[in-house]
Design a protein around this ligand. Structure first.
Ligand code: GLC
Ligand code: CA
Length: 565
């Protein structure tokens, strides 16, 4: 099916954290395969797997030591193919990771590159970015601010500095070297051969370095990414490429090219603004970033998310916005990391189910295809006493048995401790209990995903923001030839009286969750009461098929109509 990713709901899953099949305390591929029924029942379409390649695991597998295999703790290549087959059998798709920018310093290429005595030194000496001094590229920012002082590290064996945008043990590959360029095509080919439906490309913005620039989004980088796409289109047409460029919309636009680079890119700057809007009970931060969001080529789509496996990044906000985010959402120092916040969704929103549902309502109905992070569908907690981003990577909570049904290993040999505090502990927060409770967050998520699946306008429709009187109400219309959807979200704890002109609503709107028809006279303003933090999703048939003019729909001043088709 062409463009399947436009209607998809993605689920980001850590294989290590999901289910342990062999009792060694570490989640693995057969474990994930054994839980596919749960994911199918949840109603997600596509699983994005965090890295499972051989690795010393000093950056959870983003430090690769072999691109052509599976880390033995996660299983074998055959287990991987089995996962893909079993997923496909259930109509689920699989997205793998490509980590092109850097390897682990334990990768054999780097070992050969750094060591003049190594038998393969001549072959690999230029595979990484080496320099006599640590003064080149001074305009490149440091990303892992809490752990690194410089993007250069001295290697005594080689007697030179090597370049790294992330941890010092993750040397950047040298994309000026044609061998490196070719090798990464072989890597992507290998994973396509395992049957995957798409690839997330990690940290694509940093492939090349040039003096006098910040070494991000360079034309050389885009040229290579286009070559990668052309290769994939020729080799396995239909394979979706997803980019992780954490950039402002104007820069991100480049990663879609003319529809010849990535199919998808995450909308990083939108994410914190959903939290800011909630904190201020004011929709304007979301309006503002959407007004800066360009239209995309026809085959492209935004990827939206509330949380993921990293810290909630605050790179794409102003210093004042960052301050507000820290004050409201990370009052304790240990909750912060680099420029972000290392907490999960439920604790960020004080476990307030109304706010969690509201944030998800925005995620599931605004532009793009949404990504859920494993465990957030049951409101899992975090553990800020763990290091780095391990805070949000604890074992999945399946039931209230010892180890939460994650593993049969002794508790002390789990790769990370389970959450077992009074508020979020697995004894209380787990899949089994929530499946049995019709009012649980899990069952709400299942319902919401079912509703979304029935309405192509959510994934494919145009989008236009409305301007209700109250700034706390975020309202928009999603339009598709078959239907018009109207969504209202109340960002405030106080109830709101809404009166809205929605000229296209000739047919009375039907509530998508309850099936109830809202009393409404065509031509008259739509009137309704929204309880604190309430959301409403309505459907109405459009008055006329086809194009509806901007004037009719965009009442908010200075807002472009957002057409993602
Ligand atoms: C990406 C990953 C992150 C990793 C980094 C370095 O940002 O999401 O987890 O640490 O790349 O590979
Ligand atoms: Ca295991």
């Amino acid at each position: 099916m062409r463009d399947w990713y436009k209607d998809a709901v993605f689920y980001e899953v850590s294989v290590r954290a999901f289910a342990d099949s062999n009792g060694d305390g570490i989640g693995d591929l057969p474990g994930l395969t054994s839980r596919l029924d749960y994911l199918q029942d949840l109603g997600v379409d596509t699983l994005w797997l965090l890295p499972i390649l051989p690795s010393p695991l000093r950056d959870d597998g983003y430090d690769v030591s072999d691109y052509f295999g599976v880390h033995p703790v996660y299983g074998t290549l055959e287990d991987y193919r089995q996962l893909v087959r079993q997923a496909h059998r259930r109509g689920l798709r699989i997205i793998a990771e490509l980590i092109p920018n850097h390897t682990s310093d334990e990768h054999p290429w780097f070992r050969a590159s750094r060591d003049p005595q190594h038998s393969e030194h001549a072959t690999y000496r230029d595979w990484y970015v080496w320099s006599e001094t640590d003064e080149r590229y001074p305009d490149a920012r440091i990303i892992f601010l809490d752990s690194e002082r410089s993007n250069w590290t001295y290697d005594p064996l080689r007697g030179a500095y090597y370049w790294h945008r992330f941890f010092y043990h993750q040397p950047d590959l040298n994309y000026d070297n044609p061998e490196v360029q070719r090798m990464m095509l072989k890597v992507i080919q290998f994973w396509i051969d395992q049957g995957v439906d798409g690839i997330r490309v990690d940290a694509p913005a940093y492939l090349y370095e040039r003096e006098g620039t910040n070494c991000e989004n360079l034309p050389e980088t885009h040229a290579y990414l286009k070559r990668l796409r052309a290769f994939v289109d020729a080799y396995a047409p239909g394979t979706m490429l997803l980019s992780e460029a954490n950039q402002w919309p104007e820069e991100v636009r480049g990663y879609f090219g003319e529809g010849d680079e990535f199919h998808m890119n995450f909308h990083f700057p939108l994410m914190p603004r959903i939290f800011i809007a909630l904190a201020k009970a004011d929709r304007s931060p979301i309006e503002w970033i959407l007004s800066r969001t360009p239209g995309l080529p026809a085959c492209c789509q935004w990827g939206t998310f509330l949380r993921n496996h990293d810290e909630l990044t605050l790179e794409m906000v102003t210093p004042e916005e960052r301050r507000l985010m820290w004050d409201v959402y990370a009052p304790e120092r240990r909750m912060r990391l680099n420029l972000g916040i290392r907490r999960r969704l439920a604790p960020l929103l004080d476990s307030d189910v109304r706010r969690i549902k509201l944030a998800n309502s925005i995620l599931l109905t605004l532009v793009g295809s949404p990504f859920l992070y494993y465990g957030d569908e049951i409101g899992m907690g975090d553990n800020i006493w763990l290091e780095d981003r391990d805070t949000v990577r604890t074992p999945m909570q399946w039931d209230n048995s010892p180890n939460a049904g994650f593993s049969t290993a002794p508790a002390e040999s789990l790769y990370a401790p389970l959450i077992d505090d009074p508020a979020y502990g697995y004894q209380r927060v787990n899949v089994e209990a929530q499946l049995a409770d019709p009012r649980s967050l899990l069952n709400w998520t299942r319902r919401a995903l079912r509703v979304r699946r029935q309405h192509p306008a959510f994934g494919q429709g145009s989008m236009c923001l409305l301007a209700p009187d109250s700034p706390a109400v975020l309202a928009y219309v999603r339009q598709h030839p078959q239907e018009t959807l109207l969504v209202l979200n109340n960002l405030s704890p106080d109830s709101q009286e809404v009166s809205l002109n929605v000229p296209d609503l000739e047919h009375p709107p039907v509530d998508l969750f309850t099936g109830k028809v809202l009393a409404h006279r065509p031509g008259a303003p739509l009137r309704l009461q929204l309880a604190g933090y309430a959301y409403r999703w309505f459907q109405s048939r459009p008055r006329a098929y086809g194009h509806i003019t901007d004037e009719l729909f965009c009442q908010a001043p200075n807002l472009a109509r957002h057409d993602d088709g």
